[in-house]
Every structure is written in structure tokens, then in C-alpha cells.
Design a protein around this ligand. Structure first.
Ligand code: SF4
Length: 361
């Protein structure tokens, strides 16, 4: 059965042409699927009955099943474990950012940004030792439809409020299968489909250089983030094993090329781990590495996994680290803590559920 979410704009039109339907039916279907967010063909009331019946018998709109859900106490973070058709599971997270901290409810009017963090793979082949997903191994890539379906899940949950941002920062390395990720992004930014502004989307990579080079050439102005986590090859080879394939010198050359071509600022993600990468010498080396680059460093005190030897840095050390970067003229933010109490670190809910008796495999 064809998942309509897997079809590009062109492929949907070709399917309908093969069915001898008029071309405007494609736009009508896209409106129902991506704007009205329906999952039932019977709700598509401006389509003729026989077309609705054919769509229902030969196609589907992929809707993953929620098998676990955690909300943070402040109501601003929701993490779901979604089950795909083959039984595999992925995590997707909704993060709300309010004017007032401690906003009591998900639908609070003070909420300014509604960001969904999506996965691109079941597991992850990169194998970062501090990350629950990396520790659990890699199973398969998602389809474009399975990537888009995560966004539509939360768009439905929030409706009529719109999602405002998408971060491709969940399970998996999104640039490993560039075409798949990019097809999903094109569906999400297509004005006739979901219509999210490209500048509201951020793709985070562990440093897949060919993907960074392709992003630089793409006309869509999607933001780039790099999961850096270490300022030298010796440490990064351990923390982000992809570094053995694409060492820092080459990675930074690719990032500089991206900035030169796009004139867009790059974000470096740096998860601070107690006595691993959080010393003043690391901060100074990081400042040196990024000197003169149009960038921004996002410091994230690590969300530790249960069995991990990697633990979060104490707040004073994080602040000291940030001060060294600031003094060196590197713009930084300390990421607003989201979801530590609900195991919102990548892969942590999936791992917790897997360890529970009766978890669907
Ligand atoms: S941190 Fe990201 S790149 Fe590393 S293993 Fe986890 S999901 Fe993969």
C-alpha cells in the first residue's frame, strides 16, 4: 500500500494522472493531508466518492502509533515513543517555549514557540558513547513519510495552534541518507503542503561532510547545526566516532565552505560532560578552533543516561566554560533545560521502554 506521505509533489501528480484524475485533485489531497491534517479519506469531502474509495483501498496516510508518552511537570515538554508499521520505534519530542517560565499547561496562551524534534533513523550508526540511541545501535533509515509523520503527529495534537519550528535532531544521523531527509524537508516546506518556513528548520549532523556540502548547494535556507562536543580529534574520535572518518580539520573546512556559500550562521552543539570535555583548556581550544567563523555555540549540560559513565557538568563549570568562549568573542547560549525529568535525551525513552517487560519488539 502506498503511503501518501512518501510521495513527492511530482509523484502524487503522476499517480493521479495514471488514475485518470484531473490535476487539481493533487492539490486538494495535499490540502487535506498537510493542512487539515486528516487521516481518514472519508473526511476529504470535496473528492468524489469513487476517488475516496480508491485512495482508501490503495493508499494510506502514515500515522505512527503512540506507545509511550511522557510530559514534563511544567507541561512544556512532551516526548512520545512512536511505533512504525514494522514494529520499530522512534522518539519525537515537542518543546514549548513560553514567555513566562513554569507555564502550567501545554496549551498555555503564553507559549511563543512550538518546536518539534524529529528522528531520521531507527537507532543511529554513529555510536556516540554518551547517547542512549548511539549505545542501542542502528537498525534502519526512516522513509521520508515516516519523518514527515512525526511532524504531523504533533501538528494534529496542537491544532489549531501551529508548530513554529522543526529540529532534525532526534535519533539518527540525518545527512547519512541525504535524499531521504531532504525529501521530507521539501514536503514540510512546500507551500502547497505543510508550508513551514525553511529558516525555521534546523538540521543537526555529527559531521557528515558530503551532506554539509550538499546543504550548501540547496536553495532551501534550512539551518545547519553540528554536534561538535570536543575541540580536538583525540577526544572527538571517542565522543563522536564519525570524527575518525571526517576529522575536525576537514569538518571545519566544509563548514567554512558552507558559511561562505550561504552566508548563514552555523550552530555548534556542545554537550558538557563532567571532567570529559568541560575544562578551561577545552574551552580555550574550542575558541581557537572556531575563531573568525560565523557561528554560535549552544552549550548543553548533558542529559546523562542511566548506565553511562558520562555525567553532566556542574553549573559553575558550565558558566566558566561559557565565559571563556564569550571573552574570546564566540557567541554562546546555554540551552534552556528541557525534559531531563522525562528522559528527553535522545533515545532515553526508547531505552527505558525497551527494558520494560512486554515491550513490543
Ligand atoms: S548523539 Fe546523535 S549522532 Fe551521536 S549516536 Fe546519538 S543520535 Fe547518533
Amino acid at each position: 500500500m502506498i503511503d501518501l506521505l512518501n510521495l513527492t509533489n511530482l509523484q502524487l501528480r503522476e499517480l493521479l494522472r495514471a488514475w485518470k484524475e484531473p490535476p487539481y485533485r493533487a492539490a486538494q489531497i495535499e490540502q487535506w493531508v498537510y493542512r487539515e491534517l486528516v487521516t481518514d479519506f472519508e473526511a476529504m469531502t470535496n473528492l468524489p466518492h469513487d476517488l475516496r474509495a480508491r485512495l482508501a483501498s490503495e493508499t494510506k496516510i502514515g500515522v505512527p502509533r503512540v506507545i509511550a508518552q511522557n510530559d514534563s511537570a511544567d507541561g512544556l515538554t512532551r516526548k512520545v515513543l512512536l511505533q512504525l508499521d514494522d514494529g520499530q520505534t522512534i522518539e519525537t519530542v515537542l518543546m514549548l517555549y513560553a514567555d513566562a517560565p513554569n507555564s502550567p499547561a501545554l496549551q498555555e496562551p503564553a507559549v511563543k514557540r512550538r518546536t518539534v524534534c524529529i528522528s531520521t533513523q531507527v537507532g543511529c550508526p554513529i555510536g556516540c558513547p554518551f547517547c542512549a540511541t548511539g549505545q542501542a545501535g542502528y537498525i534502519r533509515n526512516l522513509t521520508p513519510g515516516e519523518i514527515v509523520a512525526q511532524v504531523l503527529h504533533f501538528a494534529r495534537a496542537l491544532k489549531p495552534d501551529p508548530l513554529t519550528n522543526i529540529v532534525v535532531m532526534g535519533m539518527g544521523e540525518p545527512l547519512m541518507k541525504f535524499d531521504v531527509t531532504w525529501q521530507a524537508i521539501e514536503s514540510l516546506t512546500d507551500p502547497d503542503r505543510f508550508g513551514m518556513g525553511a529558516r525555521r528548520i534546523t538540521v543537526s549532523t555529527a559531521g557528515e561532510i558530503p551532506g554539509i556540502e550538499r546543504m550548501a548547494r540547496e536553495p532551501l535556507q534550512v539551518n545547519l547545526a553540528i554536534s561538535l562536543h570536543a575541540p580536538d580529534d583525540e577526544l572527538r574520535n571517542v565522543l563522536v566516532p564519525l570524527n575518525r572518518k571526517y576529522p575536525l580539520k576537514e569538518l571545519l573546512r566544509a563548514v567554512r565552505g558552507y558559511v561562505a556559500q550561504t552566508r548563514r550562521r552555523v550552530t555548534f552543539e556542545y554537550a558538557l560532560m563532567d571532567h570529559v570535555n568541560d575544562q578551561p583548556a577545552h574551552a580555550r581550544a574550542l575558541a581557537q578552533l572556531l575563531r573568525g567563523l560565523l557561528c554560535h555555540v549552544n552549550l548543553i549540560p548533558l542529559n546523562p543516561t542511566a548506565a553511562s559513565p558520562y555525567q553532566r557538568s556542574p553549573y559553575e563549570r558550565v558558566k566558566h566554560f561559557q565565559n571563556i568562549l564569550t571573552d574570546a568573542g564566540i557567541p554562546t547560549t546555554l540551552r534552556v533545560e528541557k525534559g531531563i525529568e522525562i528522559a528527553a535525551g535522545c533515545g532515553q525513552l526508547r531505552q527505558a521502554e525497551k527494558d520494560r517487560p512486554g515491550f513490543p519488539q
